[in-house]
Design a protein around this ligand. Structure first.
Ligand SMILES: C=C(O[C@@H]1C=C(C(=O)O)C=C[C@H]1O)C(=O)O
Length: 408
């Protein structure tokens, strides 16, 4: 009975802070092999948690009534399916709110484990989490990556396409004493303006990230939002976003993403959107150019704008390229690893009356003994292979800096 479970969960959480409640829900789910997600929205203090009885392999419409957490790959395949985790158990992370239990028969076993994970000293120290059945993807060496970039640059100089985003991976061993929940906690502290997430799905894997890029948001007033984010430079000493100077290459790269978003609005014949930017934003150790787009869905007469735009936007040219089909073909030909959930998208759907989907960037896949970070960079006819390697290195540091305890 839901009430039994609610009251027993409530009892188990007495004396815990909101973050400890979320952590113990995540831990109990991981121990009982249930799909689960933890996240912290940008510029909010609340760590939210969701546990599902099982994953469904398609996304519901974003405008309701289905509530849950979406975890979508870059490209759907049998080993990287779409995952939607219904909000069978959901906690919004606020001190005055209760854990919501929406599943009738949510498992004796979960309840029993939760009453243990809810004990203060037990909350951290999670030992096992789901892994991808094929283990970590392969990593490319620097010379081979630069060669691949050179091949892509030649194709763009020959006019075959305008932009392609090529990515790579880096795998490190997990250091002695590594703690998954503590690492999530560190990410929330380091990156207050990012969407910080930890997703664990049996048979799929465990992903941790701090992304700066909104894909689709629908707020409680039914305002749709998306962004064009591209162009990258490191934050060097004393440089503030206001002082940043951008080269033509980055300006053009970001303009391509803007053009792509506008073409999606045009495709739907929506003219009344609001555009703001571009302006420079900081994301961890990097600066990017960002333009924001919004439309009040009821005013413009598009009740399902979020769902429609999501279908058209993913993958945007911030992670694929332009033209889209040619860029995806080149990615599939040139990249030697499967991107899995990197540069896919993720986030809560219709929770707290909002939908917040983000591009899965600045992320890593956590195996039992290893961590694999993924990052890409936009190549154009003017790209320099060595600089693109460096850019992916910096992007991976957003998350990997927390995995180098054994080296420091
Ligand atoms: C592809 C990534 O980031 C994207 C690519 C960017 C670029 O090419 O400059 C900038 C921000 C993101 O839209 C990544 O972080 O892996």
């Amino acid at each position: 009975m839901p009430d039994d479970i609610s009251s027993s969960i409530h009892q188990s959480t007495a004396g815990l802070s909101p973050q400890e409640i979320s952590f113990s829900l995540f831990k109990a789910a991981a121990q009982t092999e249930l799909p689960t997600a933890l996240w912290r929205l940008p510029n909010t203090p609340h760590v939210q948690a969701l546990v599902a009885k099982e994953t469904t392999h398609s996304l519901p419409p974003l405008e309701g009534p289905a509530k849950g957490f979406a975890f979508h790959p870059f490209q759907v395949s049998p080993t990287s399916p779409i995952n939607f985790l219904p909000a069978d158990i959901y906690y919004c992370g606020k001190a005055d709110e209760k854990v919501e239990v929406n599943a009738e028969e949510l498992m004796e076993r979960f309840r029993a484990v939760f009453s243990k994970t809810g004990q203060k000293q037990e909350i951290r120290s999670l030992q096992n989490w789901p892994q991808h059945p094929a283990g970590p993807v392969s990593a490319i060496r620097r010379d081979a990556f630069e060669q691949t970039v050179a091949t892509a640059v030649s194709a763009m100089q020959a006019g075959c396409l305008e932009k392609v985003v090529l990515s790579r991976t880096k795998t490190l061993p997990l250091f002695e004493g590594f703690d998954l929940l503590q690492t999530f906690d560190h990410l929330t502290q380091l990156y207050p303006t990012a969407f910080v997430s930890l997703v664990a799905i049996p048979g799929v894997g465990t992903w941790l990230g701090a992304t700066p890029e909104v894909l689709v948001q629908i707020d409680r007033h039914r305002v749709f939002r998306t962004v064009a984010l591209a162009g990258t430079q490191p934050i060097t000493d004393g440089l503030t976003p206001a002082d940043a100077i951008w080269r033509q290459k980055e300006i053009e790269e970001q303009a391509l993403v803007q053009r792509y978003i506008i073409s999606c609005f045009k495709h739907l014949r929506l003219r009344e959107y609001v555009e703001a930017g571009p302006r420079t934003i900081a994301a961890g150790n990097l600066l990017h150019l960002k333009t924001e787009y919004s439309a009040a869905m009821d005013e413009v007469g598009f009740q399902h704008l979020g769902t429609q735009m999501l279908e058209l936007l993913h993958p945007t040219s911030a992670v694929g390229g332009m033209p889209k089909a040619a860029a995806l073909k080149m990615i599939n030909e040139l990249e030697q690893h499967d991107r899995r959930y990197y540069s896919g998208f993720l986030g809560p759907v219709q929770l707290g009356q909002e939908t917040n989907l983000f591009v899965n960037l600045r992320c890593a896949e956590v195996g039992q003994d290893t961590v694999t970070a993924y990052a890409g960079a936009g190549m154009t006819a003017d790209s320099n292979p060595a600089k693109e390697w460096q850019e992916t290195e910096l992007k991976m540091q957003t998350v990997l800096r927390l995995f180098q305890a054994s080296e420091s």
